[in-house]
Write a protein that binds this ligand. Structure first.
Ligand code: NAG
Ligand code: NAG
Ligand code: NAG
Ligand code: NAG
Ligand code: NAG
Ligand code: NAG
Ligand code: NAG
Length: 466
């Protein structure tokens, strides 16, 4: 071997030893990319400081054959920016940085380089700026959660290219513009035939909902568009998405008649159309036999008696139609449903006598008929939960009756019973675990119920942690 070749061999050997000893089992490119991410963050897990070998030792890093395949760093108090070096982790399949409020700045277009990414969760951080078009290049992506950040600008039409996507959550940002649909030159969200979740609520989206957005061959179960500035009508095409379970269009500027084919969506359990300007007759929901929660408040429907479905949908747990123009009798049947919990019909024009009929549902907790025209009552004395009739003629005659008094709207909070643990106490930073009555450091966080089928959080049977 010629001396200079030999020297090169030695140097190469030393370099590879060097790289091996710095990064251990981790691929050197991935290790370098992670090191640079670490350098732009504060509060990385302590294990990241003790070793230079991410695959071997770093908490939240998962690897396969020395390549980094998952970063799972939810709720770690990470602070800093997400630098473009993330794009170097080309074998990443899952990336979850959610609920690190200290993560700021805009998203690097280089996220679009992560060709193998399946899951991208950045919810609950403080990212700003546009959602990069390049996310549309992540051909394998099935789960995209960018909710609860400060993203602005438009929804990139390129997201329509994510044909494997089943979860698309952009809620709770400051996104503007209309919901993009495809054209001859651009993709759009109508192409997402495998999507089950369209969560776009709590943004500033405007314009009409294109009829093209929905079609019979979609698999959507949750359409959450509430809290935007959408205008125009509900497209007929929405009524063809048979899989739909939750539809929230409340708090927009939608108008005109509600299409009659919504009554075809027999899997719907939550329907909220409140706070829009819908007109015409109150929609016929009589075929929605799974409907638990319905809210039609604050619209401009024609005055009418209670629609027939008030008396024919025993699945109802909560019926809300406040500030409406309902008149005539309140149907008794409604109160007898075994699942009914809340009936909220204040500020309508119901008149005549109020009765619960022969029996009332055992879960009934709240009947609010404030500000109607009810003139008398025949009530069942075993009903002891809340009834509000203030602002009705009956309260002019009987002002001292319970139901004519202002009532505190008590919502009973839920807390796990520690009764079986006796009087045991714990150090200040710990709490009793209800499972084994030992002191433990609690994992703390906030649960957001976005479409619960129940209203009564105090009922332990709805909340179980195992
Ligand atoms: C981000 O949005 C939240 C909630 O909308 C707001 O309170 C906060 O000021 C925003 N922060 C920035 C940096 O825009
Ligand atoms: C409801 O669905 C059925 C079967 O898919 C269809 O024949 C009917 O036309 C639909 N009704 C409305 C009002 O769209
Ligand atoms: C609601 O629609 C009606 C009829 O189109 C219109 O007269 C009214 O001004 C609208 N109200 C609001 C608050 O937009
Ligand atoms: C609902 O309508 C009533 C009466 O028009 C109004 O006083 C109330 O502010 C409205 N509520 C909302 C949230 O728009
Ligand atoms: C109740 O209202 C309906 C519809 O507005 C009306 O026809 C009826 O006479 C009223 N009944 C009473 C007892 O005031
Ligand atoms: C009162 O309601 C209870 C529970 O629904 C029922 O069992 C009872 O028969 C009712 N009493 C009268 C007088 O209607
Ligand atoms: C709690 O909910 C369950 C299931 O719906 C019901 O059977 C039970 O009666 C409820 N308990 C109370 C205290 O309301």
């Amino acid at each position: 071997m010629a001396p200079n070749k030999f020297l090169f061999f030695i140097i190469a050997l030393l370099l590879s030893l060097e790289i091996h000893s710095i990064y251990g089992v981790t691929d050197s490119r991935d290790a370098a990319a992670l090191q640079s991410l670490k350098d732009s963050w504060r509060n990385t897990p302590p294990s990241w400081a003790k070793s230079n070998d991410p695959c071997q030792d770093w908490e939240g890093v998962k690897c396969n054959n020395a390549r980094v395949t998952a970063l799972e760093l939810s709720n770690r108090g990470l602070e800093g920016i997400l630098s473009g070096n993330i794009g170097g982790l080309t074998e990443l399949i899952a990336l979850d940085f959610s609920f690190n409020k200290g993560l700021t700045g805009s998203l690097s277009p280089r996220l679009g380089d992560l060709q193998k990414l399946n899951v991208l969760i950045l919810a609950g951080c403080s990212f700003t700026g546009n959602i990069p078009d390049e996310l549309g290049n992540l051909a394998d992506l099935s789960f995209l959660a960018l909710n609860s950040n400060n993203f602005s600008g438009r929804i990139p039409p390129s997201l329509g290219k994510l044909s494997k996507l089943y979860w698309l959550d952009l809620a709770d940002n400051q996104l503007t513009g209309s919901i993009p649909v495809s054209t001859s030159t651009s993709p759009g969200l109508d192409l997402l035939k495998n999507a089950k979740h369209f969560h776009f609520n709590k943004n500033q989206l405007s314009g009409t909902i294109s009829p093209q957005l929905f079609s019979y061959d979609m698999e959507l179960i949750h359409v959450l568009f509430d809290g935007n500035q959408l205008t125009g009508t509900i497209p007929d095409s929405l009524g063809t998405v048979q899989t739909l379970e939750v539809l929230r269009l409340d708090r927009n500027d939608l108008s005109e008649e509600v299409p009659s084919n919504l009554n075809n969506l027999t899997n719907i359990n939550e329907l909220n159309l409140a706070h829009n300007n819908f007109t015409g007759s109150i929609p016929d929901l009589s075929q929605l036999t799974s409907l638990n929660y319905v809210d039609l408040s604050n619209n401009s429907f024609d005055p009418s008696e209670a629609p027939i479905w008030f008396s024919t949908l025993p699945s109802l747990t909560t019926l809300v139609m406040e500030f409406g123009s309902l008149e005539g009798h309140v149907p008794e049947k409604l109160f007898s449903f075994s699942q009914i919990q809340q009936v909220k019909l204040r500020n309508n024009m119901f008149n005549g006598s109020l009765s619960f009929g022969h029996s009332f549902g055992s879960q009934l907790q709240l009947v609010d008929l404030e500000n109607n025209q009810i003139t008398s009552t025949t009530l069942n004395s075993s009903y002891t939960n809340t009834l509000i009739l203030t602002g009705n003629p009956v309260c002019k005659a009987l002002p001292n009756t319970n139901y004519c008094q202002p009532q505190p709207q008590s919502t009973k909070p839920y807390s796990t019973s520690l009764a079986q643990c006796g009087g045991k106490s714990c150090p200040a930073d710990q709490k009793l675990s209800p499972q084994n009555c030992e002191c433990a450091y609690p994992y703390e966080g906030t649960m957001y119920f976005r479409a619960p089928s129940f209203r009564d959080l105090s009922n332990v049977s709805f909340i179980s942690f195992t």
